[in-house]
Each structure stands twice: as structure tokens, then as C-alpha cells.
Write a protein that binds this ligand. Structure first.
Ligand code: PLP
Length: 214
């Protein structure tokens, strides 16, 4: 692990390679091309890969739903946790962040389309969660993450990103150090960037489709 931010391009937009379901060898191949930041959804899967790739200097982001019983491993083995969406996780992540590591970078995940099945907090909860994170010296509040509804009418697609941008701009005014708006995936990253994303999470466009026989 290292303390740099995710690889920054000249545009100021950073790219996170989402390596869930991909073997360690695929991560290693992409790392050889210069990609240094990787996102994983499942703690156990990530730990196995990190173990195989321990010789590389990679930055790991947890982007999947976080259970409280996984907070210790998340705080120990990741550089960023993008999926903080409830109060309960905050003191746990802070308590378990090892003292020999820098503060854990944290994003608040927002359920921006109010989908019943999705992780993420309601937009009204962002301020309270952000304040609780900012109060923890072992955590570093960096910004917001969202996964807008994928099958929305394409003409509606910018709207969720735009609502996130508004929340993000407001958060930045309240908290120094907030600099990261994580939104946009393989299918919609260009729309997300146009609406202000500065960290995009790209899986299939890097690695090919997941879970389909070759
Ligand atoms: C899987 C995943 C991605 C990447 O999705 P692609 O469509 O493969 O680019 C990004 N963010 C999250 C939270 C994911 O779970």
C-alpha cells in the first residue's frame, strides 16, 4: 500500500480499475501497464488477491457494501473505503485503522436514485455522516460515491450525477480536504465526468465482461 492518491491523469480525473472476480494475474498485468489503484467489492476476495500481489505497490479501494463484522479487515487492508453509508461503521473503521498506517480515506456512499435494493445513505444523511467521519482522526473524509440507477432513460442519466455534484460542492464548502467525487462506470463514465466526477470506477471496459464463459 502507498499513500499517494489514485493515479491522476492530466485531466484531473483518476481511474480506479475494478478488479472484482478477476484473478490476481489480471491485476498484475494491468499494474505492469502503470495502473496503480484497484477497487474490490468483497473483502475476502480482495485479501486473497492482495496476498498474491504483496510484491507490488498498489492502492486498494473497497467499493462494495460493508458489513460491520468486516470493518476490522477493511480498515487494515484497504487505503480507501468508498462505501460508508451508516453511522455504525464510522467508529469501527476508526478503531481498527492500524496506528502505523496513515488515516483511512473515506467516501460517503449516497443512494442517489433512492433505490430500495441499493446500498448508500439518503442524500439528507450526508452531512451527519460526513461530520462523524471528520471527527475521527484515524479517518480522512475525502468525498462522495454513488452508483446511479443503470437502466434509467439515457436522457435522465445526467440528472443523478448532477444531484451528486451539488451535494459534493456543498460538502466541499463545509469540510476542507474533500476532493473526490467517485461516480461513473464502464457504461457511463463520460457522462459522469462531464457532470463533475473526478474518480471513475472502471471494470468491464478494462477487463472484459465478468462471469461469462470465454
Ligand atoms: C462492478 C462495479 C464497478 C465497475 O463496473 P463496470 O460496469 O464493470 O465498469 C464500479 N463500481 C462499483 C461499485 C461496482 O460494484
Amino acid at each position: 500500500m502507498h499513500s499517494r492518491g489514485a493515479a491522476a491523469g492530466t485531466s484531473g480525473v483518476r481511474v480506479l480499475a475494478v478488479s472484482k472476480t478477476q484473478p490476481a494475474a489480471a491485476v498484475r498485468a494491468l499494474a505492469a501497464l502503470g495502473q496503480s489503484a484497484f477497487g474490490e467489492n468483497y473483502v475476502q476476495e480482495a485479501l486473497a488477491k492482495q496476498h498474491e500481489l504483496a510484491d507490488l505497490d498498489l492502492e486498494w479501494h473497497l467499493i462494495g457494501p460493508l458489513q460491520s463484522n468486516k470493518c476490522k479487515e477493511a480498515a487494515t487492508h484497504f487505503d480507501w473505503v468508498q462505501s460508508v453509508d451508516r453511522d455504525k461503521l464510522i467508529p469501527l473503521l476508526a478503531k481498527f485503522r492500524p496506528v502505523d498506517l496513515t488515516a483511512l480515506n473515506v467516501l460517503v456512499q449516497v443512494n442517489i436514485d433512492d433505490e430500495a435494493s441499493k446500498s448508500g445513505c439518503a442524500p439528507e444523511m450526508v452531512d451527519a455522516l460526513a461530520t462523524a467521519i471528520a471527527a475521527q482522526p484515524r479517518l480522512r473524509l475525502r468525498g462522495l460515491m454513488a452508483i446511479p440507477k443503470p437502466n434509467a432513460d439515457p436522457t435522465q442519466r445526467p440528472h443523478a450525477f448532477r444531484r451528486m455534484r451539488i451535494l459534493f460542492d456543498r460538502l466541499k464548502q463545509r469540510h476542507a480536504g474533500v476532493d473526490t467525487l467517485s461516480m461513473g462506470m464502464s457504461d457511463d463514465f463520460s457522462v459522469a465526468i462531464a457532470e463533475g466526477a473526478n474518480l471513475v470506477r472502471i471494470g468491464s471496459a478494462f477487463f472484459g465482461e465478468r462471469g461469462r464463459p470465454a
